[in-house]
Write a protein that binds this ligand. Structure first.
Ligand SMILES: Nc1nc2c(c(=O)[nH]1)N[C@H]1C(S)=C(S)[C@@H](COP(=O)(O)O)O[C@H]1N2
Ligand SMILES: [Mo]
Length: 525
């Protein structure tokens, strides 16, 4: 074998390793964005454990004992590395078969990730993006390598080594090395960065799981009849992992409660600075509050209900003593997001505005604002529900504005009361006969008086309501319907305790929330 050929093989093998590194780095980085906590390398290990025949598994356990897992992950790593170097060489000798081989191997990784139990819906994205990047890098690098080797091959015959022929081979050689180095270094940097960021989050998740909150002194009294128990109807309390999530954070902030501080400043007589233990040491109470996003379209999913443990914001503001003339509190998240909340919504004795630390009986999930967020009944999330809260600045609407204000949304945004049909779902086949139509309705701080349903634009008929928990929590409603075959329209409207009827007038979500009524087309067979 000529030295040129073996040199070529060596560098082709290196491109294989670099491509594998790019695959891992891109996979990790994308996973961090769309499927936090995912670890594709461990997934492949787990996949192997699942598919390895039982006797081999038992042999591994008896032979390696507790080291069986590291050995397994190590063997997968070594096998992958060997595969990648082979793919590099193959790509040099028989393009495009090296890239094909690499792609196939990476697809196996993808299969490993998506077949893991509990894989997130978006779990395919990271390994797919990684595989694409890895294959592109290999194709580009090996193309460079071939053109370098090809030229230097010709050069060797025309210009004996050392005779200093034209620079073409030299240019290709440099291009190859620069591209290889850039790919390797960026893969290392991206991979390491992703690992570090993910590590910070993983450790905060561990801290979160270890947090022991004092039991609330007052808990929510859920009356009998608060839950209608109709299949397809939203439960009274939305499970945390099904609760809608809306925020501007590309990466979920990782805040260690031991280092968390809340500063209250601005137009106050006495600035306040307190830690997590100071806050929960004040004693917690349990609240039942329905949260709504301004982006919720009529009939939409951006609304959910939880029990929250927290401390009234007014208790903290009382220590700070807001000055005359102040009319707004700008709450700030560690990631820079801000919300503008009317000062009186936070000081009013009749409004349960809280600094919340628990959601449905457990510390706030990281993506819902751990360790502390604000919750204000009756105001859309973007003007009140700041997650990863770190500062409350007492100020004025004239002086300050929040994140969404210059972006087309109103500075003040009370929730517009509304109602939603949960079942039957539009588009599903409904069997003729007795059908339970059911849904939810909310009018935070006011309460729902009545929910009415109209079939085929006929008269409005009152639905049966669940027993309300309080005015801040949605109610469930249901109405029986004798469905006859054909196409039918089902409309719903709520009436608030103020006697106001949910308006028919449609308005878009911007600047301050949608209005209108849900009118659903159903096909009965
Ligand atoms: N730090 C931060 N807090 C935030 C937001 C955000 O983008 N960043 N979005 C707000 C919006 S628009 C809503 S509707 C609620 C949603 O809270 P959830 O994601 O816990 O359901 O959080 C609010 N708090
Ligand atoms: Mo929102």
């Amino acid at each position: 074998m000529s030295t040129r050929r073996s040199r070529g093989m060596l560098w082709a093998a290196v491109t294989g390793v670099v491509s594998a590194g790019v695959y891992l780095a891109v996979t990790e980085a994308v996973a961090m964005l769309v499927a936090p906590g995912a670890n594709p390398i461990l997934d492949v290990g787990g996949f192997v454990i699942d598919v390895v025949p039982r006797p081999l598994k038992e042999f591994a356990i008896s032979a390696f004992g507790t080291a069986d897992k590291p050995i397994l992950v190590g063997s997968v790593g070594i096998a992958a590395l060997l595969g990648a170097t082979l793919a590099g060489v193959l790509q040099l000798r028989r393009p495009p078969w090296g890239v094909v081989m690499l792609g196939l191997g990476m697809t196996a990784g993808l299969a490993a990730v998506v077949t893991r139990p509990g894989a997130a819906a978006l779990a395919v994205l990271p390994p797919a993006a990684g595989a694409l990047a890895g294959c592109i890098v290999m194709a580009v690098l090996v193309a460079r390598l071939r053109s370098w080797l090809g030229r230097s091959g010709r050069d060797e015959t025309r210009f004996p080594a050392g005779s200093g022929g034209p620079g073409d081979a030299e240019v290709d050689r440099r291009a190859f090395f620069i591209l290889t180095a850039v790919s390797a270094v960026s893969a290392a940097a991206i991979g390491l960065g992703a690992r570090l960021a993910d590590g910070a989050r993983t450790s905060v998740e561990a801290i979160r799981r270890a947090v022991r909150l004092p039991m609330p002194s007052a808990s929510v009294d859920v009356p009998a009849g608060a839950e209608l128990g109709i299949p397809g109807l939203s439960p009274l309390y939305t499970p945390n992992d099904e609760f809608y999530r809306v925020d501007t954070a590309l990466e979920v902030p990782a805040v260690d409660p031991a280092r968390w501080r809340l500063v209250v400043d601005g137009l106050v007589d006495q600035p306040v600075d307190l830690g997590f233990d100071d806050l929960i040491g004040r004693g917690l109470q349990e609240y039942s509050i329905t949260l709504t996003c301004v982006s919720n379209e009529v009939g939409g999913e951006l609304v959910g209900t939880a029990t929250w443990w927290g401390v009234p914001v007014r208790d903290i503001l009382r220590i700070a003593r807001p000055q005359d003339g102040a009319d707004m509190v700008l709450s700030r998240s560690v990631d820079g997001f801000t919300a503008s909340t009317p000062l009186d919504a936070l000081t009013d004795e009749g409004i349960d505005a809280i600094l919340a630390v628990a959601m449905n009986g457990e510390p706030l999930p990281l993506e819902h604002g751990f360790p502390v967020r604000m919750i204000v009944p009756g105001l859309y999330g973007y003007v009140s529900a700041t997650k990863w809260l770190t500062r409350l600045t007492v100020t004025t609407f004239a002086e300050d504005e929040a994140y969404w204000t210059p972006r087309g949304y109103a500075a003040r945004a009370p929730i517009k009361f509304s109602s939603r049909i949960d079942t039957p779902r539009p588009g599903t086949r409904v069997e003729a006969g007795r059908v339970a139509i059911a849904g939810v309705a909310w009018a935070q701080t006011v309460g729902i008086e009545r929910v009415e349903v109209s079939i085929d634009d006929g008269p409005w008929t009152a639905a049966r309501l669940s027993t309300p928990v309080n005015a801040d929590t949605w109610v469930q409603w249901t109405i029986p319907w004798d469905a006859e075959p054909g196409a039918h329209y089902v409309s719903v409207r709520a009436v608030s305790r103020d006697g106001e009827v949910q308006t028919e007038r449609r308005s878009p979500i911007a600047p301050d929330g949608s209005t209108g009524r849900q009118r659903m087309l159903l096909t009965v067979v």
